[in-house]
Design a protein around this ligand. Structure first.
Ligand code: FUB
Length: 307
């Protein structure tokens, strides 16, 4: 038996956190999360701010507290939902879905000189189609320098970000990915496929991955699934189930990171005392890729080894 220390899930035990979004920068893994308030308003997701935590060894975590909130976004009034942060040229960009004061969801961008904020809002939405699809952004910069922002529920859409990371190529515009069974398998969400929300876009060994929260047929809770492509814009090919619904809450949300030679899937459950639908907690599991790039279903776990 290994005498290495183990972490214990959930990672954060003093507040409810959801929608984990890891970012590796230097020798540190930063974990951005949403925050489920203890007290609910109208018995629904009650979420006002985003939190950041960091680790160098996957066992010891530093709490950086609230790093961006609805108070910083004058045009938004609710729903501080699933974010993702990325670094480019020494600046940090945090993409955040929020509810606009005049209705609908949109994607805000917070900019900071530090991974732990504070983040400053652009002052206007980056993505605002005037519908409810504009949630759950995932951002990735390809080897050729082109950055992509995918997002959406129930449809997966993307924009090609400009080098400044706060605007996008208006000629290409907002592209709708064809929601086919070949790409996302037959499922029970609005498009008739398993694709639900919470996409996580990245590349490994020249293969592009789209991990997402999925609705399988005859299931009420979300699972996690993945699709792959040889191009950053598809066509996507359905890969399989990454994490089943068992033991979960209605939602789940993936975040993938490669850190110091290990591969991690971050996800959320309702397993903290008092936890459930609107009181979720972020967890992590280690996994490996098969030689052909496929990934086996990853069991929920108690924690990971110190690295
Ligand atoms: O946490 C609020 C919303 O629930 C997220 O944006 C979705 O991904 C789901 O986790």
């Amino acid at each position: 038996m290994s005498d290495k220390k183990m972490s214990s899930n959930p990672i954060i035990k003093n507040i409810y956190t959801a929608d984990p979004a890891p970012m590796v920068y230097g020798d540190t893994l930063y974990l951005y999360t949403t925050h489920d308030e203890d007290e609910l308003i109208n018995d629904f997701y009650t979420m006002f701010d985003w939190r950041c935590y960091s680790t160098k060894d996957m066992v010891n975590w530093t709490d950086h507290g609230c790093i961006f909130s609805l108070d910083d976004i004058k045009w938004a009034d609710d729903r501080a939902w699933a974010p993702q942060t990325i670094e480019r040229n020494g600046k940090f960009y945090m993409y955040c879905p929020v509810h606009k004061k005049d209705s609908g969801m949109a994607i805000a961008v917070g900019v900071s000189d530090s991974p732990i904020g504070p983040f400053k809002d652009l002052g206007y939405p980056l993505i605002d189609e005037g519908d409810w699809n504009d949630i759950d952004p995932t951002v990735f910069i390809d080897d050729d320098g082109q950055a992509y922002l995918y997002f959406g529920n129930p449809e997966l859409r993307y924009v090609k970000l400009n080098e400044d990371m706060i605007s996008y190529d208006e000629c290409v515009g907002i592209v709708k990915i064809p929601m086919t069974e070949e790409s996302f398998a037959k499922g029970s969400h609005d498009t008739g496929t398993t694709y639900g929300e919470g996409p996580w876009f990245y590349k490994k060994n020249n293969l592009y991955y789209m991990v997402y929260a999925s609705f399988r047929e005859n299931q009420t809770d979300e699972s996690l699934s993945y699709s792959t492509s040889t191009s950053p814009t598809g066509p996507w090919v359905y890969g399989g189930v990454l994490m089943t619904e068992e033991g979960g809450v209605f939602t789940n949300h993936p975040g993938i990171a490669e850190f110091k030679g290990h591969n991690y899937l971050f996800y959320h459950t309702g397993e903290l005392p008092g936890g459930g639908l609107f009181h979720r907690s972020v967890c992590v599991a280690e996994f490996e890729y098969n030689e052909d790039g496929s990934i086996n279903t990853i069991p929920k776990c108690d924690g990971v080894e110190e690295i």
